[in-house]
Design a protein around this ligand. Sequence first.
Ligand code: ATP
Length: 305
Amino acid sequence: VFQLSFPLNFLGSVYRELRQSLIDMEVMFNLQGVEVSIKDSPNAKPLILKGGEIKFEDVVFGYHPDRPILNGISFTIPRGKKVAIVGPSGCGKSTILRLLFRFYDPQNGNIYIDGQNIKDVKLESLRANIGVDTSLFNNTIYHNIAYGQMTADREKVESAAKRARIHDVIMSLPKKYETRVGERGLMISGGEKQRVALARTILKDPPIIFFDEATSALDTHTEQSLLSNIRSFLQGSNKTSMFVAHRLRSIADADVIIVLRDGVIIEQGTHDILVQYDGIYRDMWFTQEMADPAFDEEEEEFSRK
Ligand code: ATP
């Protein structure tokens, strides 16, 4: 699998683009009041959060019914825990997040948040409770951070930017928070974009958080610093978080690591347990260790945190 990492990564990036545009499309549809295929059920009720336990029960899903991606996935994440989903490129990691966000419904099985089937809750309340590291819109940095929280005052927006360690960068730009970013605006770096998106999540302060490393084409250093910002944001917050990760060291501290392959969960446990077990996770861990000359150094840094 890893010998093929170049072409698979390339394909991965194609789907990443698709995913990004999917999220943007959803946002756009919402803004324009256009109907999307997933709708509230007639008796939909608002989601009532009781800590953010997430449960997948025998979930089967394929974008095209004749090509299943998930083949009966079951797992439970207790509230307030950090879970990581790992596995080969294209195995369906981001798909799990998309299903939870209800961009699609599973063909079989059910997904629950705090015991409520997400099919039966109001979409708006579902999405309001989940933070996701979406891409930036063509708008000012201020609006990109305040998106969805239009009542947030300037002080709150700036405080979120400070916590995401992007405030100083913003202040160094000629137009500061009024700088336009996105396709038609200033091209800020990948790491800066992610920190703006993180500031948005911090401001939204949702009980459930997703981070999809697939969206980041960051250099190791930027990624490490972003992850440490995310870690400090999550620390002691009691938020349930789900990470999709390629670089295993970034999620080695997760409470549960789920290893996905060929549409099923093949391993599940903490890093310490999985790395001792003669399986895929252990293979992936040591393959990455050998492939990355900087690994030892960063690994030491990671374990000191
Ligand atoms: P990566 O590690 O490369 O980010 P992943 O494990 O997150 O991949 P997903 O993005 O969940 O994988 O995609 C799983 C599979 O579903 C992909 O191999 C792709 O073939 C397919 N797929 C993803 N998005 C779509 C879509 N919008 N329409 C059709 N097929 C899709």
